[in-house]
Design a protein around this ligand. Structure first.
Ligand code: SF4
Ligand code: SF4
Length: 110
């Protein structure tokens, strides 16, 4: 059974797809400029979602990210990277992103 996890996201996450990742610089900022810029509405949690306060950082739902890159230039702290450009020191943020959506599917994301 497919479970709605956030604002209409209903498809199962495939970790083989990870176009863009939000890394550490977002954590203390979280201004949601990328959320507003994303035409696919795949950056979560939004400010109106329960997990927003606890989320460190925001996360990109890889399955429906269209790889458009619109989120990258609007980030004031350059926290968003195409997966092939993600600095090694922040490689764990790709795993963190994947884990967050897996937990969201289970209803335990924070
Ligand atoms: S690359 Fe495009 S679709 Fe993917 S998260 Fe960024 S703005 Fe959204
Ligand atoms: S624009 Fe950058 S700092 Fe702001 S929420 Fe998005 S990733 Fe975080």
């Amino acid at each position: 059974m497919t479970k709605v996890i956030a604002n209409g996201i209903t498809r199962a996450y495939s970790e083989t797809e990870m176009p863009y990742v939000v890394a550490e610089p977002c954590i203390c900022v979280k201004d949601t400029a990328c959320v507003d810029a994303c035409p696919a509405d795949v950056i979560h949690p939004r400010v109106d979602e329960a997990q927003f306060a606890a989320a460190k950082p925001l996360y990109i739902f890889p399955h429906d990210c269209t790889d458009c890159g619109a989120c990258v230039p609007v980030c004031p702290v350059s926290a968003i990277y195409a997966i092939e450009d993600l600095p090694e020191k922040w490689a764990h943020f790709a795993i963190r992103n994947a884990d967050w959506y897996k937990q969201a599917e289970n209803g335990s994301a924070s």
